[in-house]
Design a protein. Structure first.
Lengths: 372, 372, 372, 372
């Protein structure tokens, strides 16, 4: 059960103390407070965890400061979408909005290799009006003998260059909690001219200790990728770990599932789940066409399959696209064969735009028919 | 290796006999002739099967009547798309064109139950300008104790009603070779006022004896659904069984794969394979959103998930949509819960139209960028 | 609901007519009679299909000829194991017993190629005391351009040779109902010196028309292989198709599931399901280690992996083993690389024997502990 | 390439320095030294990583201290089994041997709940001659709202009680590197009367940072469970992370794969991979029947399915069994329904013994036939 408090709820005030005292007396109920600081106002949500069936909505509504009460189903308490639940499905970061109603493209390098490539990438983004990118510094690799990313060593120049070209948010995977501090320090050292969305990869979707650590900070939003060998439900529960520790600025990422039934694609593309995640939760949904398709195969109609699956995600309402580009794919240290070329960026963006337009026309059409 | 003969190749002529004699002399090579009768002209293709590596393209081209020679890779000889292969990727039936460049919607009843419902369905289609439908008479069911379809008994009234409402093609599943004769006879008995596309379902994708039998007739085109538990490659090989027996009027259908990784959808939606099938073969590609999604779940944006996945297929170039409607879903004998209502048909068609427009804009955009 | 009739129930008698009349009057209930002819006596089971909840066991027991009434759960009515259900879990064929309490080994040729190999195989079997074999005449192949088996053409010599060497039962796959007649005729033409267990392969597990046709005859028992891309429950329902048509002499075969999670095995070995099938149904359970493992890889302890999985099946109670041997594997037309050599037959049989001994010791140990 | 040094190789000696200097000069080759301290002698292995194709075995053999040179394939360099590779496939810990030639049973509590249950469990083990157990303190759970284990808080009493009853090794899952220190400290605080095998669970198989951290210590051996949604190859590469950091006392654990094709088992039992892992690597192989089967379903022969799959693993050479018991399953906080009862321990051990005997008879039989 969630109690949403009045805007003016003051955690130091008497009414607040009174409310907390009342809640502590509830038998077998654990109380967790989530405070989400928005641009204009702060929202305080109080989660009652345990057997809340005996509690009546009326009684709870009668407590001081309580504006509204939502009875939630067991799963995805915080990030889920519950009956009569109109809590927001977006957040702000670095002046950008990430929500179920927006679309942000993060084109960039799967793995940072040399400063020149970072600079070429960022310049191309700026020239095409983009303010987000992806840059991999910490790379989890199947074999211990493969290149594991430059890690801390590349952060300074990556942030410097990104800031110089007006990039506001960089999606960057972390594989250990210490990486968050390294990123925070490097951002400060380079004048905080850009921002970072922490990315948790598919191999760590159920690395609950990492989720808890990343969930305990609220400075950076988090992109959690779906586990490629577990059910959607299990991955959504993993996202809830982030939120249960206090960080609900979470984007959920689809990236294909590991089964040979998806051949010849590298993974079984799962973008039909875009609307499902938006129905079950309030998270914006990201897709990663590069790791799903894993090749530059071109369909007979002249369009790359990677662009086809991107259009499929966007036409069904995807809110974020994470895609690999590289100025010189043969020199890429990781996943070169699936990278798009910088010269393909305008086409890619235009193609995404067509699919987004179509999605918006679809929404309007649905409204018109429902009204009729 | 395929020899494509001149338009005027006459199977009874001297040159033809000369050609065949020359081919018979090739050691270890089996010769199969495929004659595809089009509206305007007939195309004759001669397949050389066996070890064709020693044969030179020049020598073959020098034989009488040979217009062009295509060296094919081992797989999907007839239906596949080979290097420098510009054989047609469409066919005509009942005055309609089915190709990689067209889009046909087959909305209809998963299973025929009573004449009233068939009539209501067909009337709705006519009122919405549709000339194709789906009507299930023979239903393969997991349990022997479930309703198995009305079979032969319903064919007459189905064809009568369909013809009356201007339906030109009915997609109808067959599960035994005898059903083809039953359908042929019923069509004749009712004056051949409509046509049938034979559908082979996912449980029979590797029922090779059925494929051979259906492949031996050329009157009806065939919609072969992908096997829900085998690789794409294996299903494409199954399609080749139809063609190797002489019928290359084949549409390939995607309908979702059987794994719980696709939950909460009934099957794991595999429509990212639409452009893949169009790249590997010359078959038009159909999708079945009803059996893939298996429910009427509605996304938070107000659009049914079933319509979302349809749009995903169409925006990536799908050529045919097979979708379940029912005038009175609670009374449906099979799969009622996933059926759309007749009142939803105009919205469905409009939604498909938006996605198709977007696909065409995407194609034009790709051409413009490639030309640049 | 199943009514098991008295031994002396005479289908032509007055009591029988009285019983049937009473049953016909039950509203919404379909009546199906199964008569199983055993060596000593015939058992008549009457299945009541439909909503049997309102029927009381007492009332049914009061009807003439009814010895016992079993209320069955919905699924696997005939082949399933229901509460308080002590119907037999075995059948006899050619003087051999196939049951949940026996073990029969069927070593033989995956595909018949030449008479010499058939003869070498049968001689090796006789010399090792074996009376069963496998011989593939009709081979379903992924590609239409692969060898499809000699079919009808090889039956006469196969049956002749088998009879000559004392083989009593040959497991032989059929892929079309006409094959059953071909087999019946060839057996008669060659003097019925051997017998056949019809095998339905994994690609036809849900080829319900074939199941119905094979289920309608009772001369030959049937080995139904599990579908390699469907759930166990769906495959068990498929077996029920055979029984619902009248043939309950069914052995259920495990042969591995199609997913790359089983690599480097050809299929994901599923022999942990041996005790599950024996719990849910009364069918004897067969395993096919050759198609599961698909190679002659040898474990570090010197034992072939194919023999390891066989031992795993037998130690958990498997009742039949279908395994590929070949006198000259490089010359085999199908699946040579996984075939065992004739010289390995004694070792294979001895290894199976050790596992069977262990199973029997395990059963005794379990009884002792349960009694304690 | 691996250089195995003489027993008397002294890392402080002149020859050693000479060897290292020679190796440093090899272009593009990284040198890693692994020193494995055994009871009697220390083995030093020098790994040359990079393009070693140009290096000749003769030249390397000529370097000081080098006893033997093994050219390894790319994968599983340290833990793998390479051609002509007779490095040991066992290690010692707490006076016990863990190898491909031994069998150790770890029966115990999935999750520690109260000291009484720990005591009852350990007493039963001692009474049945057991010296190993499993005790879960840190529990990774799908939902953040589920019980997460008592963690550090229970370690002291667990170690105290275990030591008191003669338990030498406790398998205990860790989900964060800090847990290793907590365990080390608690062991010391309680007098080091027992030992711990660190367990890394299926959700962390590709948590490479945890693997690296655990691999950097050599005090505790490690049981790495296979990832339940990745290929076997990927999981074996994960084990190599442990070894590449210095710890090659690694046991590899099978615990079933996540796919509904394994229903009604909780996971798809993958124990056919026991001999495969023993062929590809030198690691002892553990199986976890409790999490694979996930229920107390009893086969028709009176044996629990959980015991059937255990016997299957052991008859094919498994070296370790991790199995859930509980003195009072209804009170278990995690996975109670699959736990065996303490009263079933003697039967379980006897059943395992029968399968182990059979395995040994199978090995002898194989040797006899190979010698023949």
């Amino acid at each position: 059960m969630i109690l949403i408090l009045n805007d003016n709820a003051d955690p130091k005030g008497a009414e607040y103390a009174q409310l907390m005292a009342a809640l502590q007396r509830l038998p077998g109920i654990e109380v967790r407070v989530h405070r989400i600081e928005g641009e204009l106002r702060a929202v305080t949500e109080v989660y009652l965890i345990g057997d809340t069936k005996p509690l009546s909505i009326e009684e709870m509504q009668a407590l001081p400061l309580v504006e509204r009460v939502v009875r939630v189903s067991e799963e995805y308490r915080i990030l889920g979408r519950h009956k009569d639940d109109n809590r927001p499905s977006h957040f702000e970061y670095q002046g950008l909005r990430f929500g179920q109603d927006t679309l942000n493209v993060f084109a960039g390098l799967c793995a940072v290799d040399i400063p020149l490539h970072v600079e070429q990438m960022c310049r191309a983004l700026r020239d095409n009006g983009q303010v987000c990118t992806r840059m991999g510094a910490y790379k989890p690799r199947t074999s211990p003998y493969s290149f594991q990313g430059h890690g801390r060593a590349c952060l300074d120049y990556v942030f410097d260059i990104a800031g110089k070209y007006g990039i506001k948010v960089i999606a960057m995977e972390v594989t250990h909690e210490s990486h968050v501090n390294e990123i925070r320090e490097a951002l400060r050292a380079t004048g905080s001219t850009t921002g970072v969305m922490l990315q948790i990869g598919t191999r760590n979707t159920q690395n609950f200790e990492l989720l808890k650590a990343v969930g305990r900070q609220q400075e950076f939003p988090v992109l959690l990728k779906r586990g490629f060998g577990i059910t959607l439900d299990e991955s959504l529960n993993a996202a809830e770990y982030l939120a249960s520790e206090g960080n609900s600025k979470v984007v959920f990422g689809l990236r294909g599932m590991k089964t040979n039934m998806g051949d010849p694609h590298r993974n079984f593309v799962d973008f039909a789940h875009v609307p499902v995640v938006r129905r079950l939760t309030r998270m914006p949904v990201c897709v990663d066409p590069s790791h799903s398709v894993g090749s530059r195969a071109r369909a007979h109609d002249g369009i790359l399959e990677l662009m086809h699956v991107t259009a499929q995600a966007v036409v069904a309402g995807a809110n974020m696209v994470l895609v690999d580009f590289h100025p010189d794919p043969p020199k890429a240290l990781v996943d070169g064969p699936q990278a798009l070329l910088l010269s393909e960026l305008p086409h890619f963006l235009e193609d995404v735009g067509i699919a987004r337009d179509a999605y918006q026309r679809r929404i309007e059409t649905a409204r018109r028919h429902q009204a009729a």
